[in-house]
Write a protein that binds this ligand. Structure first.
Ligand code: ATP
Length: 440
């Protein structure tokens, strides 16, 4: 890995901590390995991503409805879906330093041969590695007051199963005809063998998933359409550069147990190219597992059937990470997050030119409160204007407004653009329309 790439991720991690995007979880108690908390700016960025996704894929479409299901489902769900049996990773342990690795991560042929190459040594200390054993990724917990096996339940390892389990309820209440989709945003949990790389792989994360129900014969066409849709989302809404994105066709031995075709959309993270999103053709595997009788009746032919499923799945935290990596730029001394305005935690910051002039502060507060009715706005009166620009650039605020003595005479302000650093005078009354035009 290139040194400056490693440096870049360290800079992003440090910026996230310093400015309140992402903190190490439970930090005052020494942390909890690979857990992270989104701070005041991080939650805004993450919510902006989730809201845009919901708007684009649920509200703007005629063929989609949403749900928000329980995190803990009846354990029979995971038996039927195959997760209890199949959802595992091969784990090898170093006999010397006791570190654990995924066999498929350190032996490139493992997925194909299912045999671990014994000549491979521990990547950390060159110690001898154990035989691989399957390690189930589902996170267990107990419901009820006793910890007997009858009350063992699992935190969902994907949001998808709820869309299958609730399929009939959604159908009966919405009278949808295929093709249509069910979308959900929510947390998922996996007891990952090797979490790491900041928020790239954690044990608790969020997904935005769609199960799109179709006729079997349409799957290839639908798959291609969703592939394009996923790219359009990533480039147009998240603003990620095309050159940093790649389609990767998964080989049969690398596909999940339910999938007939999978494409990973990969992103060039500073630590290397890795999965951002996935697109899978899940066939009728899931609905068949959950429903004894076909749950869908074709209105025209009256035929009872199991619809097939194409699943576009988007990791929320990996979206946040890719957006941060793509937006991070250095311009001399200036660090700037070139976030799309729609994603930026604050859309605009308001400054009084001088902190010790009450008339300027009062006017600035007035503009600030007025803009707050329509936008998420920051107020800053610390230090000098240059420092305030620097600080807003670092968190990606697209516009900064300064209230000066001319404002008091002419009712206009200076608006400074984050990317061009150009400044222009705008009448206060025109600010909402000006900002709206730039942001939307
Ligand atoms: P990987 O190969 O990286 O383990 P996966 O193929 O198992 O990922 P999926 O089961 O397809 O992942 O999950 C859908 C999406 O959820 C992924 O594309 C990713 O964005 C996100 N995701 C999966 N696991 C994690 C994790 N441990 N931490 C953060 N996001 C994750």
């Amino acid at each position: 890995m290139k040194e400056n790439s490693l440096e870049k991720i360290e800079k992003i991690v440090s910026l996230c901590k310093r400015r309140g995007f992402i903190f190490p979880g439970s930090e005052i108690y020494g942390g909890l390995a690979n857990s992270f908390d989104y701070g005041p700016l991080g939650v805004e960025l993450k919510n902006n991503i989730k809201n845009l996704w919901w708007e684009r894929f649920v509200h703007q479409r005629d063929d989609m409805v949403g749900i928000d299901a329980a995190l803990i489902m009846n354990p029979k769900v995971w038996e039927a879906s195959g997760h209890l049996k199949e959802f595992s990773d091969p784990l090898v342990e170093c006999e010397k330093c006791k570190r654990r690795f995924r066999a498929d991560h350190i032996d490139p042929d493992y997925e194909k041969t299912k045999k671990f190459n014994k000549s491979i040594k521990c990547p950390d200390c060159q110690g001898k590695l154990s035989e691989p054993r399957q390690f189930n990724l589902m996170l267990k917990t107990f419901l009820g007051v006793t910890e007997d096996s009858a009350s063992t339940v699992y935190f969902r390892p994907e949001t998808a199963q709820a869309m299958f389990v609730d399929f009939k309820n959604v159908l009966d209440t919405t009278r949808r005809k295929i093709p249509f989709g069910i979308a959900q945003i929510g947390k998922a949990f996996r007891n990952e063998v090797t979490p790491g790389n900041f928020i790239f792989r954690t044990r608790e994360f969020e997904q935005m998933e769609i199960e799109y129900f179709i006729k079997a014969e349409d799957w290839e066409k639908v798959f291609e359409t969703w592939q394009k849709e996923m790219w359009a989302w990533t480039t147009d809404e998240l603003g990620i550069e095309k050159k940093n994105l790649h389609d990767c066709e998964c080989l049969p031995e690398n596909r999940a147990h339910y999938s007939k075709r999978t494409i990973d959309i990969e992103y060039d993270y500073p630590f290397g190219r890795s999965e951002l999103y996935g697109l899978a053709y899940r066939t009728d595997f899931d609905l068949k597992n959950h429903f004894k009788e076909p749950p869908y009746e074709d209105v025209e032919s009256g035929e009872k059937m199991y619809p097939h499923v194409v699943e576009p799945t988007f990791g929320v935290d990996r979206s946040v990470l890719a957006v941060l990596c793509d937006a991070y730029a250095e311009d001399g001394e200036r660090v700037v997050l070139k976030l799309k305005p729609k994603l930026a935690p604050y859309k605009v910051a308001v400054f009084p030119l001088l902190k010790n002039k009450p008339e300027l502060v009062e006017k600035a507060k007035e503009v600030f409160h007025d803009l707050k009715k329509n936008f998420v706005v920051a107020f800053d009166d610390r230090g000098n204007i240059g420092k305030r620009y620097y600080s807003q650039d670092e968190i990606g605020t697209p516009f900064c407004i300064t209230i000066d003595f001319d404002t008091l005479k002419n009712d206009d302000v200076t608006v400074r653009d984050r990317d061009t650093m150009k400044q222009e005078r705008i009448k206060i009354k025109d600010l909402p329309a000006f900002l709206d035009g730039k942001i939307k």
